[in-house]
Structures are given as structure tokens and as C-alpha cells.
Design a protein around this ligand. Sequence first.
Ligand code: M7G
Length: 308
Amino acid sequence: MESSTEPSCKVAKIDIHPFHGFKEARVLNELKDKKSVFLHAVVEPGNKDAVVILEKKPFDTSEEGLASLLSSETELQQVISNDIYSTYSATPKPRHGMLKTTMIYPATQKHIDKYRKQEVVVVEETYDDYKNITLPYLEEENKFSVQWVFNILDKQTESERIVFEDDDLETGFILLPDMKWDVSDLNSLYLIALIHKRGIKSLRDLTAEHLPLLRGILSKGQKAIFDKYNIPKEKLRIYVHYQPSYYHLHVHFTHNDFDAPGTTVTRAHLLSDIIQNIEIAANYYQTKTLTFVGRKEDKLTIALQKSN
Ligand code: M7G
């Protein structure tokens, strides 16, 4: 296993505390095994909605981290003591209790629904369904804004986090850490490649014309990750989501040892498979029925279920 070699992210100065004005919160979902909770908070003034995700971070197992954890700085309250066995409630120094915190503010109802625990169902989408149901839905319903993607491509935000860029407007992309990764633990490495070309919404738009773009993301992305993090390509899972949340084509790069969300067969399509499928048939993604999981109460899921 690779060890943690990256320093923690830079600490930005915060003028107004992001939690200022929070007046009530409710749990949208809780993943006890991942030690994370998804909250919907109402914020004053204006009673605006926010989504806050809190995740306990992995232990700092560096020499220094362990020395601090296993020291008298950690307060212990004994629970049992029996022969050679004892258990305690431990309160370590604050730095060991850090939480990865993600905040979406103001959040839309779609954000609240995305993080709310909901029943999901498997649906099939033929290409006709895509044209007649999915595409009109994406155009009519207020899908998630991709402004954050344009901000990155235009170097308005996160430019200091860019790991690699190919600036060709047809075949180029920016590779950078995904919001889900706090860049401290290489075993949970998570990067995304955002393509420079605008207007390619998802897998469904890909044809032979895009092979140079896709091949470039695969090989240059693998090389950039090896050069920066010393993680070889055989340790990486490289895939596209269908359906994605954000309809500007992007590719996920995650460490294969990391149980990243959204890697199941009902959502993830390996980039190498996508390339081969298109090499076999240029219009593969304009013919293939695609199967994915959708939230049961989602309008798109309901419409596709009716047509199945
Ligand atoms: P997706 O497949 O469209 O949706 O992937 P998902 O969120 O349901 O997986 C979009 C990816 O972009 C996700 O992995 C997000 O964590 C990531 N992401 C989203 N936002 C808003 C940002 C952002 O502002 N910065 C970065 N670096 N990553 C983001």
C-alpha cells in the first residue's frame, strides 16, 4: 500500500464562518460504516438551504501522527480493566479528530434529493428513450449547473490544484483532485478529468470522432498520476458515470483499493471499454441500451420505467 506522502491541503483564511447563521439541521443520510453524515441545514438570513457532508478522516499513521496519538496528550477514560485486557474512551488532540467537511450553499432541491437516502431502482434506457425521454428531461428540468466546471476550465477556481493540463480545445482536458478527495491519503486517491470541449454531455454523445480525446485522457491521465503520485496505471480505476450528476463530460480516476462511491456496474463504465466499444462500432453509444440505477421518486426514473 502506498503511504501518505502529500501534505494536507493549504488552509485558506475564512472571513465569515461558513456555519454562521445555521439555525436547524436534519439528517438526510448517514453511512455509519463510512463514518459520514449528510445534513440539510436551514441558514439565516433568508432561510436558505444548505447541504453539509461531514466525514471522519482516516487515522494519521505517520510516525509523528502515531507518536502524538499514543502519548499522554490523549485523554483516556477507562471502561473496563480485566486481567491483561482494558478498554477506554479516548479523546485525542483536536488534530486527530478532523472532519472532511463539504458544504453546498445555497443548495437546490436537487442537491437535497441527491444526498437524501432514497430507494433506487434499476432502469433501462434505449437510444430512443434517450432521445424522447432523457434528453427532453435534461433540457426542461433544472439539472445541476456546471458553472463549477467552467470555473475550473477558465482557471477562475482551483487552478493551484491542477495536476495536468492538455490545453487543446478539441482533445484537451484538465486533471485535478475531485472534491471528494482531501488529497492527504493516496490510497483514497480520486481525481477527475474535465474536458475543454463544451457540449459533450455524457457517454451518449460519444462517437469515433472523440477517440483522440478519450485515448488522450486515458494515457496522459495515467502518466500524470504516475509522475505526481507514483501510482502505476494498474492501480487505477478510470471510468465515466452514466447517468452523471453533471452533464459536461468528465472522467473519474480512483485508486483501485478505495471503495469509491459510484463504482458499481449500474453506474460506472470503464474508459478503456468505452474506447474499445467505439472502435468496434462508431455509433455504439447511439445504439446500446444502457442500464443504470435511478432514484425511485425521480421524474426521469418514473418516465423510463413507464416506457420499459
Ligand atoms: P458525476 O458522475 O457527474 O456525479 O461526477 P457524482 O457527484 O454523482 O459522482 C462529478 C464529480 O465531480 C464528482 O466526483 C464530484 O465529487 C466532483 N465535483 C463536483 N463539484 C461541484 C466539484 C468541484 O467544485 N470541484 C471539484 N474538484 N470536484 C467537484
